[in-house]
Design a protein around this ligand. Structure first.
Ligand code: ATP
Ligand code: MN
Ligand code: MN
Length: 362
């Protein structure tokens, strides 16, 4: 296959934060397969090897067109022999036998089913699988299983919250959240973040970030908003996490670490005619309320994608000697925290070209 040799300036970066990845994925047949392989490893607790498949998929998502031949992968980062063999097999046979095997595997299918329940992570899913449980019915009828509050809500509203949320529904929720927020604090503002900010048409939840202009307001706003939802009879579930934010704390090295901002994980009632004949559906909603001076970091951290966030931190640490998390950017050379009013400021601190939210679908 004839292809121009890659020019240095067109070389694809191994860091997702140096690639522009829109939702227009020209290599879906390959990335879907690589992501099944990654997910299967995550279900087995093999995070390291799984990340290699996630990175490979992400590189392919950033390409401006479909791969035409295997040679084109030669100059791409994060694509090792194993990934190339999978791409080759899919190009030739239309599918990858290992992926087909995983998709039919009882363990994979059961783990996928169980972890689709709100509040059920891979550990719980594995525990249930190892006890021989295979269906929701078996889990719910197993007397030795005590579901926590989150899992109970997860099963109760499973049908609704396992159904993707549309952009239209997200916009309707924004009006509801905005109304509640302004009611309790007229100077606060609400912005959509997460997948919808990246331009996705559907999401598993709707993420909102709240900006409050005065110090301390971020700690009182969420409890008040939750009370407001309660009084409107639209609150189906809430898990409020009070702020544990400490200004002097250095960024954490572990990516998985949750941030310390005041936030809540909710299930709300969204009114509107449903296929089920009901006049409402349950929707998962996340709210985060950072202190004003951390707003840009929180917005960047909550906008995703997960791999984009991971690579931003890795790039900051390995290429710039700086530590980044959802709260701060810390310069190890000067022992200082770098202030930022906007996401653009943070990219500039890192010496990175600004990447728009819709280009962060790594
Ligand atoms: P989807 O459309 O499936 O919801 P998403 O990209 O919006 O996709 P989320 O799981 O809603 O995925 O997460 C959105 C962003 O918020 C991610 O970047 C994630 O890192 C961040 N995030 C989610 N939960 C937390 C948390 N508890 N603490 C800190 N950050 C979080
Ligand atoms: Mn989301
Ligand atoms: Mn979320």
């Amino acid at each position: 296959c004839a292809h121009p040799s890659a020019k240095p300036e067109s070389a694809v970066s191994p860091y997702a934060c140096q690639r522009r990845t829109t939702l227009n994925n020209h290599n879906k047949i390959f990335t879907d397969a690589l992501e099944v392989l990654a997910e299967n490893l995550e279900f087995c607790g093999n995070q390291g090897p799984s990340l290699a498949f996630r990175r490979a998929a992400s590189v392919l998502k950033s390409l401006p067109e479909a791969l035409r031949c295997l040679e084109e992968t030669q100059h791409l980062p994060c694509l090792g022999e194993h990934c190339r063999a999978i791409i080759e097999e899919i190009s030739e046979c239309g599918s990858c036998s290992r992926v087909e095997e995983i998709l039919n595997d009882e363990r994979y299918r059961t783990m996928k089913l169980f972890s689709s329940v709100f509040g059920v992570g891979p550990k719980t899913a594995e525990n249930w699988f190892c006890r021989g449980l295979r269906t929701f019915e078996q889990v719910l009828n197993e007397p030795s299983i005590r579901l926590n509050r989150m899992q109970t809500a997860g099963f109760l509203f499973y049908e609704d919250i396992s159904k993707p949320v549309s952009r239209t529904e997200a916009s309707a929720l924004k009006i509801i959240v905005e109304e509640a927020v302004i009611c309790v604090n007229p100077s606060a503002t609400v912005s959509i973040t997460g997948g919808f900010r990246r331009g996705k048409e559907f999401g598993h939840d709707v993420d909102f970030i709240i900006k409050t202009p005065e110090a301390g307001q971020e700690d009182t706003i969420l409890p008040a908003v939750i009370e407001r939802f309660k009084s409107q009879s639209i609150l189906l579930y809430s898990d409020l996490q009070e702020s544990t934010f400490d200004l002097r704390q250095l960024p954490t090295h572990r990516f998985e670490a949750m941030d310390h901002f005041s936030k809540c994980f909710l299930i709300l009632k969204l009114k509107g005619e449903q296929e089920t004949g009901r006049d409402w559906r349950a929707v998962r909603v996340d709210l985060v309320a950072p202190p004003l001076e951390r707003y840009a970091y929180a917005l960047l951290g909550w906008s995703g994608s997960t791999l984009f966030e991971r690579d931003l931190r890795r790039f900051a640490r390995l290429e710039r000697g700086k530590l980044l998390d959802n709260h701060v950017l810390y310069d190890k050379a000067t022992n200082t925290f770098l202030p930022a009013n906007t996401e653009e400021d943070i990219f500039a601190h890192l010496g990175l070209e600004y990447i728009e939210p819709w280009q962060r679908n790594a």
